[in-house]
Design a protein around this ligand. Structure first.
Ligand code: HSE
Length: 307
């Protein structure tokens, strides 16, 4: 195989209680990317559609992630990348992760899969470092593994894929304002109280147990964030109203997607997810900020070949 076209899913990081450790992949939102082998060494980004992003390899997250892979590979050629960027940078649904994960996953396929998913996550994390100054894995891990993932440890990196109950559906509203991950990390406190820690790790455990047991009520009870959401929600106009109305419409839980400004809700079943979308639409129409709404099943496959 000399060329591959892939779908690179959007992702929801943190999933309320799991700052920097939990994430999930979406099905209906993502970028597309063509990667082809070249005799010339190195990586060239030859085309980016949809967004104004740098073509220089070292300034582009897919270039940097790809270079990390090439450094560990004995392949003596290079790659060319074309990106159809459908996820807006700064939207909170893993735009940089989709490009980083998509690039290294595609390259691994073209090389005959010399690298494990865990190694691909490590390469893709270099793209995240370029985008947000921190090599967090909670977007790139679900983009590569699919479904829900837990980063049990960063050092050594330990990624645990978590099963996805089949009726879980995400609704995501993306207000058209940009929140840079690097900025929304700077406003966080670096210490937490024991009291908040107890609440938070109770919910992380509860969410993981709920996902394993397909216990939707337990999933809902656990989708709470006592640490990050109270601080970051200030950056998102209408967050409290969106959340209250989504829960009143039947969502199991609702929170900030990644570093925002997107807000996600998880529901049991498509019908509830649609009612939540309606409530988000009605609520946000008052705010005078344009927005997109996506309804998506959880993508259990991660990056996938589409041609
Ligand atoms: N865990 C990261 C953060 C995700 O919340 O800053 C960024 O998408």
């Amino acid at each position: 195989m000399e060329e591959i076209k892939v779908f690179c899913p959007a992702t929801i990081a943190n999933v309320s209680c799991g700052f920097d450790v939990l994430g999930l992949a979406l099905d209906s939102v993502g970028d597309e990317m063509i990667v082809r082998k070249t005799a010339e060494k190195g990586i060239r980004i030859v085309k980016i559609l949809g967004q104004d992003l740098p073509l220089e390899t070292e300034k582009n997250v897919s270039g940097v992630a790809g270079l990390a892979l090439l450094k560990e590979s004995d392949y003596d050629g290079g790659f060319e990348i074309e990106i159809d960027k459908r996820i807006k940078p700064g939207s909170g649904i893993g735009s940089s992760a989709a490009s980083s994960a998509g690039a290294v996953w595609a390259m691994n396929e073209l090389l005959g899969r010399p690298f494990s998913p865990l190694q691909l996550v490590k390469f893709a994390m270099q793209g995240e470092k370029l985008a947000s100054d921190v090599a967090h894995a909670d977007n790139v891990a679900p983009a590569i593994y699919g479904g829900f993932t837990l980063v049990r440890s960063y050092d050594p990196l330990d990624i645990i894929p978590i099963p996805t109950p089949s009726e879980l559906v995400a609704t995501v509203i993306h207000p058209q304002i940009e929140v840079k991950t690097s900025d929304s990390r700077k406003i966080l406190k670096t210490t937490i109280s024991l009291e908040k820690g107890i609440k938070q790790w109770g919910n992380v455990g509860g969410l993981i147990a709920g996902l394993f047991q397909k216990d939707y009520d337990l999933i809902g009870r656990s989708l709470q964030d006592h640490i990050v959401e109270p601080i970051r929600s200030i950056l998102i106009p209408g967050f409290d109203e969106i959340k209250a109305n989504a829960l009143a419409s039947g969502a199991l839980g609702c929170g900030i997607s990644g570093s925002g400004p997107s807000i996600f809700a998880l529901s049991k079943g498509l019908e509830t997810a649609k009612s939540v979308a309606e409530s988000m639409k009605e609520t946000y129409s008052k705010f005078g900020i344009p927005f997109d709404i996506h309804i998506s099943k959880i993508n259990t496959q991660g990056v996938k070949k589409i041609a």
